[in-house]
Design a protein around this ligand. Sequence first.
Ligand code: PEP
Ligand code: MN
Length: 263
Amino acid sequence: LVSRKKHPENTIVEVKGERIGDGNQYFVMGPCAVESYEQVAAVAEAVKKQGIKLLRGGAYKPRTSPYDFQGLGVEGLKILKRIADEFDLAVISEIVTPADIEIALDYIDVIQIGARNMQNFELLKAAGQVNKPILLKRGLAATIEEFINAAEYIMSQGNGQIILCERGIRTYERATRNTLDISAVPILKKETHLPVFVDVTHSTGRRDLLIPCAKAALAIGADGVMAEVHPDPAVALSDSAQQMDIAQFNEFMEEVRAFQRQF
Ligand code: PEP
Ligand code: MN
């Protein structure tokens, strides 16, 4: 169902008036994790000022260590809902269990399925049974074919509103947190009719690589770029090394938009 051969036209995923996949390039910015209302509001204000509609923030954080911050759970989703209403933004947040998919419908505009859950088939099926856009991330060590099949799981249950997100894969290279597979973008666009985003934060794990990788993503034809922004990354409860602060975010947008105007 996700194959371009069966469905040649691009799928457009509508999120609060934004038409993702329509040829424009979108930005999804926001903190790694929802930590407090004030923290998300500070980012929301900056995002709004930049004319960006999509705000991200994790309420359920699938962390490598069980002793790390696990997220605020449903309290985090409630904060996102309040922010979405107050700032007129669309919010995107990761859901990690099938039972929480239904709950999330009341609070968020896009359900994210994270890299670690790309082959959680029960979660994929549950996401396929709701009428809500899904942002599906590529698994840590998933081939493109496995990634496409994960999207197929969602669509086979009836939900075709899917955005694919390349977020780097694990390789032997340690200079970056993951290896951004930039060629996955045109391959996914060729093989499927779904919009494709690139997450420059989790793929690189390096703040100094966010701008060049965002430029590469936009130049190669990504439908959107995701990156993390925190009012004070030094005290962030997760991904403190790679989130941008508000000033860095404004610089990022300025430089990336200047680049976009060149083509
Ligand atoms: C995230 O976007 O918050 C996240 C945890 O990313 P990933 O699933 O790609 O690691
Ligand atoms: Mn993160």
